[in-house]
Design a protein around this ligand. Structure first.
Ligand code: SME
Length: 160
């Protein structure tokens, strides 16, 4: 696998996800280190979509701890049930937030973040991490993002 992504410019979002997925599978197939694979996944998502912030929080005991990410510095620890990430963990479901100001308990790592999607990574029935993607635009995520990111975390689950 070459170390650059092939991304056709000007494609709709669903097509870009479809183009990215097999490349991520190939990029990570020969690497057994979880951090390396999570790091390249965050970088690939940022490169393909220009998201404001994209990264992983990994379950450690009663907290999520910041993992590989791309974007501005972020909060390092989030308790179960807190914020969008902690809610996604506690409820083991994707949480899509069109307007972070309207989400009770949202944790503002950056005031530039306006909308957010958090997808749990589930291994053997337990949440082991979450994928968090933030946008600096309101209402920037939809069903296409949810579907594609839920597919992507199935790959990420194999690294845990
Ligand atoms: N906004 C998240 C915290 C993580 S940062 O956005 C990177 C939350 O409410 O859980």
């Amino acid at each position: 696998m070459s170390e650059s992504l092939l991304l056709t410019p000007g494609q709709p979002k669903a097509a870009r996800y479809a183009e990215l997925h097999p490349q991520l599978v190939a990029l990570t197939a020969s690497e057994s280190d979880r951090t390396a694979n999570l790091a390249n996944t965050a970088a690939a998502l940022r490169q393909a979509f220009g998201f404001f912030w994209v990264g992983f929080y990994v379950v450690q005991g009663e907290e999520l701890v910041l993992g590989p990410f791309q974007g501005p510095i972020a909060c390092t620890r989030i308790r179960r049930g807190r914020g969008v990430c902690g809610t996604s963990w506690a409820e083991a479901r994707t949480v899509l937030v069109p307007d972070v100001e309207a989400f009770p308990g949202h944790i503002a790592c950056s005031s530039d973040s306006k909308s957010e999607i958090v997808v749990p990574i589930i291994k053997n029935g337990a949440v082991v991490a979450v994928l968090d993607v933030d946008s600096d635009k309101l209402n920037d995520f939809d069903h296409d993002d949810q579907q594609a990111l839920e597919q992507l975390v199935q790959l990420a689950a194999t690294w845990f």
